[in-house]
Design a protein around this ligand. Sequence first.
Ligand SMILES: Cc1cn([C@H]2C[C@H](O)[C@@H](COP(=O)(O)OP(=O)(O)OP(=O)(O)O)O2)c(=O)[nH]c1=O
Length: 196
Amino acid sequence: MSEQLILASASPRRRMLLETIGVSCQVMPMDIDETPELDEAPMAYVRRMACEKARAGLRKAPNGVVLGADTALSLEGVILGKPGGDDRARQMLEALSGRTHQVLSAVAVAGPAGLLSECVISEVTVAELDAACIDAYLATGEGQDKAGGYAIQGLAAAFIQRLSGSYSAVVGLPLCETAELLIRQGIAIWQPPRSA
Ligand SMILES: Cc1cn([C@H]2C[C@H](O)[C@@H](COP(=O)(O)OP(=O)(O)OP(=O)(O)O)O2)c(=O)[nH]c1=O
């Protein structure tokens, strides 16, 4: 197991995802402004956030290898982040109901090879949700700290009809792309990735 990586994230999911590929890390959450810029495209936004988290981490640990990541939804080009409250979570779930959206997940790793980043797009289809289902889901509190107000890895799996893309990316970290970036920064994973 590698001991050298700094995870610039408060997300317990990201730490657990890294552990699944044999990477342990020191957790160092970064408090950055996550407000999208005016007319910022969703993909540019998540990549910028991941890079800012990694850069902020590197300022605190200049000799380290630092990983930052960001996950957000795009519903017809509109960015949906974490709801931050039940009213907004309800609006998000009503908007997602019966439709397909994109989940954008970016990872950035700052280290000896510079600042490397990747962004992955996955498509997720949500079943039709009636008001009773949305109320019941909100009462669980599960989606509050998750982009789009749901957690595919949790109870929301009962209403996710389809996923095309990377499951780990939806949960918060695209593991295949992350493994490649870590190797390029000299961080060992459980085995070397396939050559491209
Ligand atoms: C869509 C979806 C998102 N998520 C999570 C992944 C991210 O942790 C979170 C999106 O918020 P982020 O801002 O990407 O991450 P975070 O606030 O949890 O942690 P930090 O900024 O410190 O790195 O939503 C799930 O866990 N399951 C899902 O199905």
